[in-house]
Design a protein around this ligand. Structure first.
Ligand code: AMP
Length: 221
């Protein structure tokens, strides 16, 4: 399957993406994770991306699209992928359509995770991520690690993302509403959007998402 995951920051995209990708046996492609890997490896792309990310703004389309294209062309993504955080505006969505057209392939679904704004702020403020692997995500209240500050999975140090500060979160939400939300209408016009609530236990949300994707796939056949 080829899926795009959308939702505001704090909707649980990263958490659900890891789980869904595993269940569906497709690679999880997160442009945020790719940028963070570039930052920790101190590449030129990482240096460029960091200034935009720290301010809560989008990294310019040209570099983002080139990076996403390069990742989607890796052999493991040949039969499907789950895009998390890309596309993030209409021009990226149009670029993705062009890339898919060139390969004569199509998206199967756009999964929209819905969550109330007050909840988003609470989720982000308490979010802690492992330095070794950004797919190991905890929350100080909702899913605390056994030992504070230490990753349950690998023992790595947990930290708060620079762009998870309250001020940056406000900018990220604003960017989401003005730039990313319009892609939902863009994909609705293609009949691809499935919306689910992203409230409740993590396992239940995964189940809800899998059922919604199954229904969408059956309808598109
Ligand atoms: P995320 O991990 O998806 O929350 O992304 C973290 C940050 O990376 C965003 O706030 C942006 O600064 C940047 N970023 C991630 N994906 C994109 C994208 N598709 N376009 C532009 N910037 C992005």
């Amino acid at each position: 399957m080829r899926i795009v995951l959308v939702g505001p920051p704090g909707a649980g995209k990263g958490t659900q993406a890891v789980r869904l990708a595993e269940k569906l046996a497709i690679p999880h492609i997160s442009t945020g994770d790719l940028f963070r890997a570039n930052i920790s490896q101190q590449t030129e792309l990482g240096k460029l991306a960091k200034s935009y990310m720290d301010a809560g703004n989008l990294v310019p389309d040209e570099v983002t699209i080139a990076m996403a294209k390069d990742r989607m062309e890796q052999p493991d993504a040949e039969n499907g992928f789950l895009l998390d955080g890309f596309p993030r505006n209409v021009s990226q969505a149009e670029a993705l359509d062009r890339l898919l057209d060139e390969e004569s392939i199509k998206l199967d679904a756009v999964l929209d995770l819905e969550v109330p704004e007050e909840e988003v702020v609470k989720r982000i403020a308490g979010r802690r991520i492992c330095r070794n692997d950004s797919s190991h995500v905890f929350h100080v209240t909702y899913s605390p690690p056994k030992q504070a500050g230490v990753c349950d999975v690998c023992g790595g140090e947990l930290y708060q993302r620079d762009d998870d500060s309250e001020e940056t979160v406000r900018t990220r939400l604003e960017v989401y509403h003005t730039q990313t939300e319009p892609i939902i209408d863009y994909y609705k016009a293609q009949g691809l959007v499935v919306t689910i609530s992203s409230l409740g236990p993590v396992d239940e949300i995964t189940q809800r998402a899998l059922e919604a994707l199954k229904r969408e796939k059956a309808e598109n056949k």
